[in-house]
Design a protein around this ligand. Structure first.
Ligand SMILES: *[C@@H]1O[C@H](CO)[C@@H](O)[C@H](O)[C@H]1NC(C)=O
Ligand SMILES: *[C@@H]1O[C@H](CO)[C@@H](O)[C@H](O)[C@H]1NC(C)=O
Ligand SMILES: [Ca+2]
Ligand SMILES: [Ca+2]
Length: 251
């Protein structure tokens, strides 16, 4: 086990495949036939980057042990870890996002994840500002339904934003134009769903992101959402035409 830890640590800067992982389970040593690919996790320097916590933290003697246990327990769902070097505390995390709460320095330490990159094929560019980084492009199609299909075919989703800073970044990118968001309540009136996560808009997100008094389903037919330049979100009819920004997950 000591040797394995040393190996894991020295190999941490590039992905390696491990066969027959030894798992220390209570006081039993087990050998599993499973093959895991140990991702190369690097310390993130983006201060607003966070990840959904996959479970409760545990004690880990090293970052390498933290990463390997995360991968063994959560398999491909483990896309990041938070590691506190002094407390030796390890918290397993999923895919990182600028919309999720970053680690609490004092309790959770630093975030480690693969180096983030924007796949710039198909006209996507990496845009950063306001503490955020996104991989986006404007779509060519003109209706909400077509824009949604076009974006999906490019491996993305209509842009999301769960913080004002991200709305600002999107507004800055569209330089003056109001754009459609990846958020709608077409399925169930009053329940807005984010296209990227499939999760409902929370009350606090609504309070932060929408113009006061919105969404109001004006005229009984407002199920799409626009990001008003220099302002905030408003629900509007889905047949209104606005440019839309497609967002690709960073890889
Ligand atoms: C980028 O995206 C294109 C189109 O989806 C894909 O064919 C290509 O493999 C991707 N490149 C990388 C480096 O992921
Ligand atoms: C906003 O956009 C302008 C013009 O594209 C750019 O020069 C500026 O850096 C952007 N501001 C931020 C904070 O990203
Ligand atoms: Ca509605
Ligand atoms: Ca409205």
């Amino acid at each position: 086990i000591t040797e394995m830890k040393t190996l894991l640590f020295s190999e941490l800067l590039r992905p390696i495949t491990l066969c027959c992982v030894l798992v220390f389970n209570g006081n039993q040593l087990m050998s599993t036939g499973a093959t895991i690919v140990l991702q190369s996790f690097q310390k993130s320097t983006a201060e607003k980057l966070g990840a959904a916590r996959l479970g409760s933290p545990w004690n880990s003697q090293s970052l390498a042990a933290c990463v390997s246990r995360c991968m063994i327990e959560y398999s491909t769902a483990c896309k990041s870890v938070m590691y506190h070097a002094n407390l030796r505390l390890c918290t397993p995390g999923s895919q990182v996002s600028f919309d999720l709460s970053p680690p609490d320095d004092a309790a959770e330490g630093d975030l480690y994840c693969p180096e983030l990159a924007c796949n710039t094929s198909d006209g996507f560019t990496l845009e950063s500002g306001f503490g955020f980084m996104v991989c986006i492009r404007l779509l060519d199609s003109e209706t909400f339904a077509q824009q949604r299909i076009e974006c999906s075919s490019l491996g993305g989703f209509l842009a999301s934003a769960r913080a004002m800073e991200k709305l600002n970044l999107l507004q800055n990118f569209s330089s003056g134009a109001t754009s459609l968001m990846g958020l709608d309540d077409q399925t169930t009136e009053g329940t807005f769903i984010w296209h990227d996560t499939g999760l409902p808009l929370t009350a606090s997100e609504q309070g932060v992101l929408f113009i006061p008094g919105e969404p109001n389903n004006y005229g009984g037919d407002e199920d799409c959402v626009i990001n008003n330049f220099n302002s905030r979100l408003n629900d509007i009819p889905c047949y209104f035409r606005y440019p839309a920004i497609c967002e690709r997950p960073m890889t």
